[in-house]
Design a binder for this molecule. Structure first.
Ligand code: HEC
Length: 69
């Protein structure tokens, strides 16, 4: 794996519980988004739920992705 390029950090394998927790939080944020969308909630609520999902993308990338986003 090239540290200068793209990829997943080996840290994932050293911290499987924390990685699993982030995946769990990510899934929860996706479920919330699905709920607001299927309930045809207001644009504000939908946008808020989408923003939560985005936060989870970033939380995982900042810790476990070689190139930050
Ligand atoms: C649980 C951790 C985690 C979550 C949550 C996550 N990512 Fe990632 N993502 C990664 C890792 C690790 C990589 C680097 C993997 C690789 O290149 O092998 C990556 C890579 C990527 C890439 C580059 C893919 C490529 O082909 O190189 C994109 C785009 C991306 N993620 C988008 C997202 C988006 C959008 C979300 C949220 C909807 C998200 N990710 C959520 C861990 C995560």
């Amino acid at each position: 794996m090239d540290e200068e390029g793209w990829g997943a950090k080996p840290l994932i394998w050293q911290e499987p519980e924390n990685f699993a927790k982030i995946i769990h939080d990510f899934e929860c944020s996706l479920e919330s988004l699905q709920t607001v969308m299927s309930n045809q909630a207001s644009a504000t609520d939908t946008s808020e739920a989408l923003s939560q999902v985005r936060q989870q993308c970033l939380a995982c990338h900042q810790t476990y992705r070689v190139r930050q986003s």
